[in-house]
Design a protein around this ligand. Structure first.
Ligand code: BES
Ligand code: MN
Ligand code: ZN
Length: 495
């Protein structure tokens, strides 16, 4: 898909399809109005007949536009003018692209981006448009044996801005949007693959492949012997029951000066979480193939910043393994020694994410990072607390929490700040080891974060619990690509 920015008006633009907005009650956007005048009031007549009411997410094609250079128009509903903003804008773009993808138009120009909205400047309008187009066109890399549906004809999309002064920032939005979209597609592909394909070694292969595609990226994949040499006892205790060997993936993006301290991203890479000896119930256990969503978002974020060429250094660390039961598996009550030297009583082998992360978080210290963010499908409790809409955001530094929260707002990939505090950390006390790996039924997402907090003292650290946001269940089952938009927005702000 090719994108370009244009300043032309809907009335004079030559295109296979001019996408123009209409607000509720048939109120025309400026672009729809210009086009309407050019073709003798055709659009107003269509609306007057009652064929289109401008509801958010609705579209209506107009097959011919006598008098205008555009071959056809697509009216896209913008909802109520007073409510117009980020969400209805993105909804309108997505609905238009969904229609375009099924039709015969090879190119289109989106004039929706000319509408003035407080929270969407030209940069974000272009960026969201590119993201929306890509996510509407995304297809799961399925293993269905039948014929694949034909590729959409649409191959070129223009994004129209209202003023010349907006061209440069819209172009930047377009570039950043393309990077974010590439990152999200990688994250979604990895999440959607089944666990018998997407194994720890497969994640390692994909990290190396990412490094091959970008000169600024280097990947190193460590095997079990090297992980043992690093004395990552907590990580190793999770992989014990599995036939699949674990991997520790280190992927570095170097876009800044060699002396710039990197930002570290640490992603949970459990390629299948059966619960281990504390076996999960059978219902929906298949969804635990997504338990590497944190790892996938680290690779996606690196893909994005490398595509964009952001002037900064980022290091990604991914502990990858399976969590399986077997005669060799770690048992409830076993005590293991983390890389940091702390001992952990594993009271529940299904609280495995924190065990692999605590070693990876300790390991990142060697990079002297200016900030560390870990991303993990860590707790069912976070899904209960926040559902599928907001990721859980935890931090030991209020400025970092504020920056990530703001990035989530701008990227339309929200997170909600939750506490990390001594009162909760006390729930992790053990009679037998330095700490237990679970803290009881109450505040499960918070005690999980507090567990990680015990391994990140002295670091500027945040944790994103994406258990609810990384994938969708039900009819639209699949990986969402979140929180790549949040992460990349934040990273670009650090560059
Ligand atoms: N991967 C799960 C968390 C999860 C659950 C993600 C449901 C998405 C949907 C994690 O490893 C886990 O099993 N956590 C346990 C922790 C508990 C044993 C303290 C949980 O949330 O039940
Ligand atoms: Mn688990
Ligand atoms: Zn898990």
């Amino acid at each position: 898909m090719q994108f370009h920015v244009t300043r032309s008006s809907a009335a004079s633009q030559r295109t296979a399809c001019a996408v123009v907005g209409v607000y509720e009650k048939g109120e025309l956007s400026a672009a729809a109005d210009e086009l309407d005048r050019k073709c003798g009031g055709l659009i107003r007549r269509v609306i007057k007949r009652g064929d289109f009411d401008g509801r958010s997410g609705s579209v209506l094609p107009i097959a011919e536009l006598p008098g205008a250079p555009a071959e056809r128009a697509l009216l896209a509903g913008l909802g109520r003018r007073a409510d117009f903003g980020r969400k209805p804008y993105r909804k309108a773009v997505a609905a238009a692209v969904e229609w375009l993808a099924k039709g015969g138009a090879r190119d289109a120009v989106l004039f929706l981006s000319q509408e003035k909205v407080a929270e969407v400047d030209a940069y974000y309008a272009a960026r969201y448009a590119v993201e929306s187009v890509h996510s509407s066109l995304y297809r799961i890399p399925d293993l269905k044996s039948g014929k694949k549906p034909p590729q959409p004809k649409l191959s070129r999309v223009g994004i129209a801005v209202a003023d010349r002064g907006e061209l440069a920032s819209a172009r930047r939005g377009l570039e950043h949007g393309a990077g974010i979209a590439a990152g999200m597609a990688l994250t979604r592909d990895l999440g959607n693959l089944p666990a018998n394909v997407c194994t720890p070694s497969y994640l390692g292969t994909r990290a190396r492949e990412l490094a091959r595609r970008h000169r600024s990226v280097r990947a190193r994949v460590m095997d079990e012997a090297e992980i043992r040499r690093l004395r990552m006892g907590a990580f190793l205790s999770v992989t014990r029951g599995s036939e699949q060997p674990p991997r520790l993936i280190v992927i570095e993006y170097r876009g800044g000066k060699p002396s710039d301290a990197p930002v570290a991203l640490v992603g949970k890479g459990v390629t299948f979480d059966s619960g281990g000896i504390s076996l999960k119930p059978g219902l929906s256990m298949d969804e635990m193939k997504y338990d590497m969503g944190g790892a996938a978002s680290v690779l996606g974020a690196i893909e994005a910043v490398a595509t964009i060429g952001a002037k900064m250094n980022v290091v990604g660390v991914i502990p990858a393994c399976e969590n399986m039961p077997s005669g060799r598996a770690t048992k409830p009550g076993d005590i293991v020694t983390a890389m940091s030297g702390k001992t952990i009583e594993v009271l529940n082998t299904d609280a495995e994410g924190r065990l692999i992360l605590c070693d990876a978080l300790h390991y990142v210290r060697k990079f002297k990072p200016r900030a560390v963010v870990d991303i993990a499908t860590l707790t069912g409790a976070c899904v209960i607390a926040l559902g599928a809409h907001y990721s859980g955001l935890f931090a030991n530094d209020d400025d970092l929490a504020r920056d990530l929260d703001a990035a989530g707002r701008r990227a339309d990939d929200r997170a909600w700040h939750m506490p990390v505090a001594e009162e909760y950390t006390e729930q992790l006390k053990s009679n037998f080891a330095d700490l237990a790996n679970i803290g009881g039924r109450e505040a499960g997402a918070v005690t999980a974060a507090c567990f990680l907090g015990r391994f990140t003292e002295g670091l500027k650290w945040a944790h994103l619990d994406i258990a609810g946001t990384a994938w969708l269940s039900g009819a639209r089952k699949g990986s969402t690509g979140r929180p790549v938009p949040l992460l990349v927005d934040w990273l670009l702000g650090q560059a």
